[in-house]
Design a protein around this ligand. Structure first.
Ligand code: PHE
Length: 361
């Protein structure tokens, strides 16, 4: 009897104190194992009288159940604790670091090209493209530049070395010709792309970017041209009004021809759209010359239209306050980090071109 009391008093508290599963198992073996204290007592039952065996056996069973229950309880507690401990130390960070998005930057020229395309596409213009290496026909001849015309020299053309007569296009206007040659009428396209002239200073680089516009229909006129360009520049600079001025000019492929200036101020080097402060030339435009229509197989008595072309790089410099054109093409990663755009800030007319004028860099 007293044996059972001792076992109960010793074993039950030590079970609840066992700190590890291994310690607990050791305790279990010492009591319930083959040579455990309770097992030994069970063995002694055989030598007892039937009455003794009955009452002692019952008490033994009660104690055995108590110990087993205490053991099971402690075991599941220790197991849960072990799992929690593992979970704490084995946490896996399933989040993806945002570095791929934050580190790369979109070049200002690409961003501004996208901004312009967002504007033009909303106005119903389709995208058109042409090759950087052009032939004489598309870059000059079909655009009404006769062979000996001095305007050819004015363009500072790069000629291909092979003597085949191909050149690096000096403007995006050859895309006008390619479009008129291949597309059905009416036409309403814009063509952004690289252009090349032998020139190099703060505002000129041998490779630069232009965007060309061409609209051909039966009654398209100069008024449409002006309205279209004013709308484009208002949208691009994200202002309610842009003062513009059209000056007569000359291009072999348009008649009449004009250059458009925008009203602006420059205070402390900062460019702003403003009335009455000064003018800056931004583009060339005009009504497509009948000879150009004819060269592309369009009847000038039936169709007419307007065209314009302007520098994309210049637009990026003005809008985002970038002082030196040459830095655009030096490939300096620090410059790109400063002036570049976050790839997810995709310009769109419905959310604001540059996210309310203050695009996050
Ligand atoms: N191609 C001209 C230039 O590069 C611009 C222009 C385009 C002018 C279309 C009139 C019409 O200067």
């Amino acid at each position: 009897m007293s044996d059972l009391t001792t076992i109960r008093e010793e074993v039950l508290p030590s079970l609840t104190k066992a700190a590890t599963l291994a310690e607990l198992e050791e305790l279990r073996v010492a009591v319930l194992g083959k040579k455990g204290r309770l097992t030994e007592l069970m063995k002694s039952l055989g030598a007892m009288s039937p009455e003794e065996r009955k009452s002692f056996g019952q008490e033994l069973n009660v104690l055995k159940e108590e110990i087993t229950a205490a053991f099971t309880e402690r075991k599941s507690f220790l197991e849960a604790e072990a799992i929690n401990e593992r979970l704490k130390n084995e946490t896996i960070d399933v989040t993806l670091p945002p570095r791929p998005f934050v580190q790369g930057r979109i070049h200002p020229v690409s961003q501004v090209t996208e901004e312009l395309l967002a504007i033009f596409s909303q106005m119903g213009f389709k995208l058109a493209e042409g090759p950087d290496i052009e032939d004489d026909w598309h870059n000059f001849e079909a655009l009404n530049f006769p062979k000996s015309h001095p305007a050819r020299q004015m363009q500072a053309t790069f000629f291909m070395k092979d003597g085949g007569g191909d050149i690096l296009r000096t403007h995006t206007s050859p895309v006008q010709v390619r479009t008129m040659e291949s597309q059905d009428l009416p036409i309403r396209i814009v063509a952004p792309g690289r252009t090349y002239r032998c020139d190099y200073d703060m505002t000129h680089t041998p490779m630069f970017h232009q965007i060309e516009g061409l609209v051909i229909d039966k009654s398209t006129n100069m008024g449409h041209l002006k309205g279209c360009l004013i709308d484009v520049f208002k949208a691009f600079f994200e202002v309610d009004d842009v003062p513009v001025r059209f000056r007569p000019s000359f291009f072999p492929f348009t008649e009449p021809s004009a250059e458009m200036d925008i009203g602006c101020s420059r205070e402390n080097g900062e460019f702003k759209i403003a009335k009455g402060k000064g003018w800056m030339e931004v583009l060339g435009c005009g009504m497509v010359h009948p000879n150009v229509l004819k060269a592309s197989g369009i009847n000038p008595d039936e169709y007419q239209g307007f065209a314009f072309g302007f520098g994309i790089d210049r637009m990026a410099m003005l809008k985002y306050g970038i002082p030196d054109l040459r830095t655009f093409f030096e490939g300096d990663i620090r410059r790109l980090k400063h002036y570049g755009f976050i790839p997810l800030d995709i310009p769109a007319m419905n959310i604001g071109l540059s996210l309310n004028g203050g695009i996050k860099r």
